[in-house]
Design a protein around this ligand. Structure first.
Ligand SMILES: Nc1ncnc2c1ncn2[C@@H]1O[C@H](COP(=O)(O)OP(=O)(O)O[C@H]2O[C@H](CO)[C@@H](O)[C@H](O)[C@H]2O)[C@@H](O)[C@H]1O
Length: 773
C-alpha cells in the first residue's frame, strides 16, 4: 500500500472536478473534494500511480516512510513510484523531471510550428496584399502583365482561404494545439490560484468602501504575481533539472533565444487571450439552501454543486454560498463572524470557506442551521422563514466580508444567482438594504425558478419576520382564490430580481399559464421581459458511468459506450443481487428515483402496478417524502416480493446504482421543471419513459422506429393508461428489437449533457442583468 502523505496544496485536474489517481490495476480513485488541507492523507492501492492534473507547487509524497517530491509541473502521464520494491525517491523525482522535459519539448515543438506557420501566413498575406495592389493597379489600367489574363476573383478567394486555413490550423485541434490550450488554461488557472494562495487576507469588518479600495490594490498586486508566476511555472521545473537545461542548449536550430522569444510571444498572447467568457467575465455568487454533495434533498442541490463549476470554467470568479448544516471536511473557518438581527434577535454567523474545482464555496454557520441537513425545509413555518431570512442577510454581505483566497469579491461587477423561494429574499434585501441606500450600486441579482410549486407562503403577518421597511409589504402581498390575500416570498423575489430564469423552455412556458404558475403566472407574465428558460446540465464527473465511484464495488463496474454491452449487464446483475431480486439478464428492470410527492406522479405508477405485475418485469423504486407515499412503496414491495423493491430513504449510492443497473427509468411526473434523473439515465444508457411535460418534454425526444431516432418513450398526459401504453411499447422494443434498443442507448450516451452549454446561456443572462438599470 502506497500512500500519499500530506498534500498541503491545491491540485487542479484536467478532468476539472477532482483529483484522479489511477492505480496499476486500473482502479480509478477519485477525491472529489480534494483541497489544500494540510495533513490530509490519501491511500492508493497499487504502486505505479498516475496523477492527472497540475501541481501548482511542490507535492510531498510519502511511500513507505520515504519522502518523495513532485515539483511544480503539469502532469499528464504516469508518475511512477517504486516505493515497495525498493525504488529510490530520486527515481520518482527523475520520472517527474523526465515528464516535465517531455512537456517542455512538446511546447517548444509547438512554438516552433506556430512561428513557422505564422511566417508562412504572413508571407501569403503579403502575397495577397501584393496581388490586391496589383489588381487595383490593373483596374486603374496599370496591368503589369498586359499579355496575361488577369487572375480571377476565385483566385483571390483561394489565397484568402489559404490564409484562413493556415491561421485556423495554427490554432486548430491538432493534439499539440490542444496541449497548448491546456497549458494556457492551466497557466491562467494558476494565476487564480496564486492570487488565492498569496493574497493578503483583508482585515476583518471592513467598511464597503475600504473593501473596494483594497480590492483595487489587490488587483494590482495580483497582476505583478501573474507576471512573476508565469515564468516560474516553466522555469522552476527547469531549475530542478539540469538535463532539461542541457536539452534546451542542444536546441541550436532554432536557437534557445528564439525559442524563448517565441515562448514570450506565446505567453503574452495567452495573457491577452480572453477566457471563454471574454469581456463578460464577472464575479458570480450563487446562493442556495442546499449544495451537493454537502447537502441535497433534490435537484437544486445538484445544480448548486455543478453550475458554478461550469461558470468558473468560462473564466468567471464564482462562489457558492450555502448554510453549513453539519461537520463538513473541506471548508475551513475563515475567521469572520457577523451578527444579523432576525425577528428582533441578534444571531451570530461564522463563515467557512473552501476552494474546490475553481469555485469558492462559502458556508454560513449558525446554530439555527446545525444538524438540519436532513430536514432543510422542515420545522414550523416561522422557523423556516427565519432560517431563510438569516441565510439571505448573511449571504448578501459575503462579497464584503469573506476574503476568498485573500481577496473579497467586492460589490462591483457582481451578480447574485438566487434559487427558489428559499433565497428569493436575497434580491429584496439587495434592493431594500443596499441599492436603495446607494450601496452595491453595481450588484445585480438573478432568481432561478426550480420549482414554483413551493413559494414561501404564509399569512400577511409573516412580513414582520423579514425585517423590511413597511412600503415593501406590497411586494409580498398576493391574492389568489386558494389562499386569499397572503404573504408570498417568491412573488417579491420575482418582482425584485433583475432577471428571472427557469430550468427549461417547456417549464418557462408552463409557469405563465394558470395551471403551471401556481398563482404566480400573473407576476411572471408581467415580468416576461426579464424571463428566460435554460435547460439544466449534468455534472459529467459525478454522473458518468466511466467514473462513477459507486460502481467500483459490490459487483458493479464502471462502463462506457464501448463496454456498454458487458458493463451495464454486470451492473444490472449487481443491482438485482444487492436488492435480493432474481438475477436475470432478460427481464427489463424499471427504476424510479425521486422525492415522493404529488409532483413525481407516484400515484400513476400505483395505478399501473396491477398491469405491470402481469408483465415479466422488475420494478425498483427509491424515494422519500410524503409518509403515505412511502408506505405505498413498502406495500408494493410487500405484495410483489419477487418483482418489486421499494427503498424508502435518501441514498445517493443507491440512486447511482439504480441509474446504472436499470434498463428503463420511469418518470411519470405531473409537472417537471427540468428533471435531472432522465438526463443521468440517458448518460448511463438507461432509457427514460416520461410524461412529456416541462423539461422532460424538452430533453426526451420520443423514439421513432421508422427513422430510428429519439431517446426514449413519452406519454402526453398524466394518465395511467397512457403510461401503460408507453411502457408497453418500450418493453416490446426491449424484447424484440435489440438493435433499436441499442441505438436509443447510444444516442442517449453520446449527447453533450454537460453544464457547459447551459453556463454559456446563463452568462447571457448575467450580462443582461449587469447592464440593466
Ligand atoms: N430518495 C433519493 N435518494 C437519493 N437521491 C435522490 C432521492 N430522491 C431524489 N434524489 C436525487 O435528487 C435529484 C432529483 O432531481 P430532480 O431534478 O429530478 O428533482 P427535484 O424535483 O428535486 O428538483 C427540482 O429542481 C431541479 C433542478 O433544477 C429540476 O430539475 C426539477 O425539475 C425540479 O423539480 C437527483 O439527483 C436524484 O437522484
Amino acid at each position: 500500500m502506497a500512500s500519499i502523505g500530506s498534500l498541503p496544496f491545491m491540485i487542479e485536474t484536467k478532468t476539472e472536478s477532482s483529483l484522479l489517481l489511477h492505480s496499476n490495476n486500473n482502479r480509478l480513485l477519485r477525491f472529489p473534494f480534494f483541497t489544500h488541507r494540510p495533513g490530509r492523507s490519501i491511500e492508493v492501492t497499487g504502486i505505479n500511480a498516475e496523477v492527472v492534473g497540475m501541481c501548482s507547487r511542490q507535492i510531498n509524497w510519502c511511500t513507505k516512510g520515504k519522502l518523495w517530491k513532485i515539483e511544480p509541473l503539469r502532469v499528464t502521464g504516469k508518475v511512477s513510484v517504486e516505493g515497495e520494491d525498493g525504488g529510490e525517491p530520486e527515481d520518482a523525482l527523475r520520472a517527474t523531471i523526465e515528464k516535465s522535459k517531455k512537456v517542455l519539448a512538446m511546447q517548444r515543438d509547438l512554438l516552433q510550428q506556430i512561428a513557422e506557420r505564422r511566417k508562412l501566413a504572413s508571407s501569403i498575406q503579403s502575397t495577397s496584399i501584393n496581388q490586391e495592389e496589383d489588381k487595383a493597379s490593373f483596374e486603374q489600367g496599370n496591368d503589369p502583365f498586359p499579355n496575361v489574363e488577369s487572375s480571377s476573383t476565385s483566385g483571390d478567394d483561394t489565397v484568402e482561404d489559404q490564409i484562413g486555413s493556415i491561421a485556423s490550423s495554427s490554432y486548430g485541434d491538432s493534439t499539440e494545439d490542444k496541449e497548448l490550450e491546456t497549458v494556457a488554461s492551466a497557466v491562467s488557472r494558476g494565476f487564480n490560484k496564486i492570487e488565492k494562495d498569496h493574497g493578503e487576507p483583508l482585515p476583518l469588518n471592513k467598511a464597503p468602501s475600504e473593501v473596494e479600495s483594497t480590492k483595487h490594490v489587490n488587483k494590482t498586486s495580483s497582476k505583478t504575481e501573474w507576471s512573476d508566476a508565469l515564468p516560474s511555472f516553466i522555469s522552476t521545473t527547469a531549475e530542478t533539472s539540469t538535463p532539461i537545461d542541457e536539452e534546451l542548449v542542444d536546441l541550436k536550430e532554432p536557437s534557445l533565444e528564439e525559442v524563448n522569444n517565441w515562448e514570450t510571444d506565446l505567453m503574452s498572447e495567452d495573457i491577452k487571450s480572453p477566457p471563454l467568457a471574454g469581456a463578460n467575465v464577472m464575479n458570480v455568487i450563487l446562493v442556495a439552501a442546499e449544495c451537493a454533495p454537502w447537502s441535497k434533498t433534490g435537484g437544486l442541490g445538484d445544480v448548486a454543486g455543478a453550475l458554478p463549476k461550469a461558470l468558473a470554467r468560462r473564466g468567471h470568479r464564482v462562489m457558492v454560498v450555502a448554510p453549513l448544516y453539519g461537520d463538513y471536511a473541506e471548508p475551513q473557518y475563515s475567521g469572520i463572524r457577523k451578527i444579523y438581527k432576525v425577528d428582533g434577535q441578534d444571531l451570530e454567523v461564522a463563515y467557512f470557506h473552501a476552494f474546490i474545482d475553481g469555485v469558492d464555496f462559502v458556508f454560513i454557520e449558525c446554530p439555527m442551521f446545525r444538524h438540519m441537513g436532513h430536514n432543510i425545509y422542515g420545522g414550523k413555518r416561522e422557523d423556516i422563514l427565519k432560517r431563510m431570512a438569516l441565510f439571505c442577510k448573511a449571504a448578501v454581505e459575503v462579497p464584503w466580508h469573506v476574503p476568498c483566497g485573500g481577496v473579497c469579491y467586492g460589490d462591483g461587477n457582481l451578480v447574485f444567482i438566487a434559487n427558489d423561494w428559499h433565497t428569493a429574499l436575497l434580491p429584496v434585501y439587495l434592493k431594500a438594504y443596499y441599492r436603495d441606500n446607494g450601496l452595491m450600486t453595481y450588484t445585480r441579482s438573478i432568481l432561478v425558478i426550480h420549482n414554483i410549486a413551493h413559494q414561501g407562503r404564509g399569512p400577511v403577518a409573516d412580513f414582520s419576520y423579514v425585517d423590511l421597511p413597511g412600503h415593501y409589504l406590497d411586494l409580498f402581498k398576493l391574492y389568489d382564490p386558494v389562499g386569499g390575500e397572503h404573504f408570498n416570498i417568491f412573488a417579491a423575489g420575482l418582482k425584485t430580481a433583475d432577471r428571472v430564469v427557469t430550468v427549461s423552455h417547456g417549464y418557462a412556458w408552463e409557469v405563465k399559464t394558470v395551471e403551471g404558475g401556481w398563482g404566480l403566472h400573473g407576476i411572471i407574465n408581467e415580468n416576461d421581459w426579464k424571463f428566460k428558460g435554460i435547460v439544466n446540465g449534468i455534472d459529467t464527473q459525478e454522473w458518468n458511468p466511466q467514473l462513477d465511484v459507486y460502481l467500483t464495488s459490490d459487483g458493479y463496474t464502471n462502463y462506457s459506450l464501448a463496454t456498454l454491452q458487458t458493463g451495464k449487464p454486470q451492473c444490472k446483475a449487481a443491482l438485482q443481487k444487492e436488492l435480493g431480486l432474481p438475477i436475470r439478464e432478460d427481464v427489463p428492470v424499471i427504476g424510479f428515483i425521486g422525492r415522493l410527492d404529488q409532483q413525481k406522479g407516484v400515484d400513476l405508477i400505483a395505478e399501473a402496478i396491477p398491469w405491470m405485475m402481469g408483465q415479466d418485469v422488475q420494478l425498483i423504486m427509491l424515494g422519500s417524502g410524503r409518509p403515505d407515499l412511502e408506505q405505498m412503496l413498502k406495500e408494493f414491495e410487500h405484495q410483489h416480493r419477487d418483482k418489486v423493491r421499494g427503498w424508502v430513504g435518501f441514498s445517493v449510492q443507491t440512486a447511482h446504482r439504480i441509474t446504472a443497473g436499470a434498463d428503463i427509468l420511469l418518470m411519470p411526473s405531473r409537472f417537471e421543471p427540468c428533471g435531472l434523473n432522465q438526463l443521468y439515465a440517458m448518460n448511463y444508457g438507461t432509457i427514460p419513459v416520461v410524461h412529456a411535460v416541462g423539461g422532460l418534454r424538452d430533453t426526451v425526444q420520443p423514439f421513432n422506429p421508422y427513422d430510428e431516432s429519439g431517446l426514449g418513450w413519452t406519454f402526453d398526459s398524466a394518465e395511467a393508461g397512457k403510461l401503460i401504453h408507453a411502457l408497453g411499447n418500450c418493453f416490446l422494443t426491449y424484447r424484440e428489437y435489440k438493435k433499436s434498443w441499442e441505438g436509443i442507448q447510444r444516442r442517449g450516451m453520446t449527447q453533450d449533457l454537460s453544464w457547459d452549454h447551459a453556463a454559456q446561456n446563463y452568462e447571457e443572462v448575467l450580462v443582461a442583468a449587469k447592464y440593466q438599470w
